[in-house]
Design a protein around this ligand. Structure first.
Ligand SMILES: C[S@@+](CC[C@H](N)C(=O)[O-])C[C@H]1O[C@@H](n2cnc3c(N)ncnc32)[C@H](O)[C@@H]1O
Length: 240
């Protein structure tokens, strides 16, 4: 879930996401392992009811979360710029309650939604909304209606075992600068004690290997036994 935070934007501010772009099937395992306690969904629902809400999931990848939001009563639209993933997301939502979920092509900097038409704008792994991606944030401010919210999930690299792995692999990453950026944009932080819990070691090793370069992954796997890890995250949110 952690593409290189310094990866350069390509077309239209789209940031390469090698984990899910190159390994969508393994990323499915990662999504299945992440947050078995449902802390993220509960935090979002506490900020804004999802039943009946128009929800957009920006950078939805293969659309893993779209049926979940639809099951909570949301009318959810997934937006994804990388076409092989957009197609997977569209296939996934075809199996969902008719009309409650859709997946379309698009990127944060050019949201294909009318002004003030969205109740809840979500992004899981919000690195493409960080510094340099202000056009996407301006688009979010345009499409979310008064009283609606934006909520973006990102790593909290200041704590947890996963946060430690992350800072070791990305020494130039400055979590304090990230916090300052979001505060300046008017966002508040909700810290979440999320975790990965895999069904077996094979899955755990596979998802560590799509998140870290081989030397770092070898080191992590040599030191860390089992099928789980504590993985702190932050939900950055604001109301419009
Ligand atoms: C780490 S993946 C997470 C996918 C999904 N949110 C999930 O949790 O399964 C990040 C996704 O953001 C997409 N992305 C990258 N830059 C983007 C942008 N500027 N606007 C919207 N999506 C973007 C990538 O193509 C990728 O699918």
């Amino acid at each position: 879930m952690t593409p290189d935070p310094h990866s350069a934007p390509v077309d239209g501010g789209v940031r390469p996401s090698p984990n899910i772009w190159n390994h969508p099937q393994l990323y499915e395992w990662e999504n299945e392992a992440f947050d078995p306690d449902g802390l993220v969904e509960a935090a979002i629902a506490a900020l804004h009811p999802l039943a009946g809400a128009v929800v957009v999931d920006i950078g939805c990848g293969t659309g893993f979360h779209l049926p979940r939001y639809a099951a909570l009563g949301a009318h959810v639209i997934g937006l994804e710029p990388h076409m092989p993933l957009t197609r997977r997301a569209a296939e996934r939502v075809r199996a969902t309650r008719e009309g409650a979920a859709a997946a379309i092509a698009g990127a944060a900097a050019d949201l294909p939604f009318a002004s003030s038409s969205v109740d809840v704008a979500l992004a899981r792994w919000a690195y493409f909304f960080g510094a340099g991606c202000e056009p996407g944030l301006a688009q979010v401010a345009r499409v979310v209606r008064p009283g609606g919210i934006a909520a973006f999930l990102d790593n909290d690299a200041t704590r947890s075992t996963f946060g430690h792995w992350f800072t070791q692999s990305h020494p130039a990453y400055d979590p304090v600068a990230v916090q300052r950026f979001w505060s300046r944009q008017g966002f508040s932080a909700i810290g979440l004690d999320t975790r990965w819990e895999c069904s077996d070691r094979e899955r755990f090793e596979a998802i560590v290997r799509i998140e870290f370069e081989p030397p770092a992954a070898d080191r992590i796997l040599a030191e860390h036994a089992g099928t789980a890890v504590d993985y702190a995250t932050t939900l950055w949110w604001r109301r419009y």
